[in-house]
Design a protein around this ligand. Structure first.
Ligand SMILES: [Zn+2]
Length: 189
């Protein structure tokens, strides 16, 4: 149907918490590594739930990465070597200036793969992820399993009482929920 894509493109892996975004990202990083494509892997330094230097997947496989907090630091790292691909995990933690840089690189033939939450715990879109989905060539929207009814889940539900949009946590304060189970419990709070 299509002729092959050019090398420069933006791929977005998104979905709620516990939907396997990191596993999917690691699978793609491994493919880039088999293909001997020099790849820079970035994750935000705010996200140190499991490790400071690796993207750790829940099944235990890990890939080396750099922890940074700003777009400027990503730029500096990227131009240190002749990278042909840039991977950013938990992209919702970066500021909007990253979008312009990723778009420019894709236009120059660099393969961009990002992973991140599409919505916060109140189902509000993360603007950077919403924007990247709009300009992406390819989007993979993963689903988790609703902890309440066991159907497919596309929302993250927070069980703690904090009002901060970003609160780092795992199964201690978050659950995957389907739309119905999310809305039901959000409205009774
Ligand atoms: Zn449900």
């Amino acid at each position: 149907m299509y002729r092959r894509y050019s090398d420069g493109m933006i791929e977005v892996i998104t979905g709620p918490m516990f939907s396997g975004k990191s596993e999917e990202l690691i699978k793609r990083i491994r493919i880039l590594s088999y293909a001997e494509i020099p790849t820079l892997v970035i994750k935000p330094s705010i996200d140190n739930r499991f490790s400071n230097t690796d993207i750790i997947s829940r099944n235990g496989n890990s890939i080396k990465s750099y922890s940074v907090s700003t777009t400027k630091e990503i730029k500096e790292l990227f131009y240190q070597k002749k990278y042909k691909a840039l991977v950013v995990d938990e992209v919702q933690f970066f500021d909007m200036s990253l979008i312009e840089f990723l778009d420019k690189l894709a236009n120059q033939g660099i393969r961009i793969i990002v992973s991140g939450l599409d919505q916060d715990y109140l189902r509000r879109p993360f603007p950077i992820v919403a924007h990247l989905m709009a300009i992406a060539d390819n989007i993979e929207k993963l689903k988790a399993v609703c902890l309440i009814c066991k159907r497919a889940a596309s929302c993250s539900f927070r069980t703690s009482k904090s009002d901060n949009t970003i609160e780092i946590g795992d199964t201690d304060i978050y659950e995957a929920r389907c739309r119905e189970c999310h809305v039901k419990d959000s409205s009774t709070k």
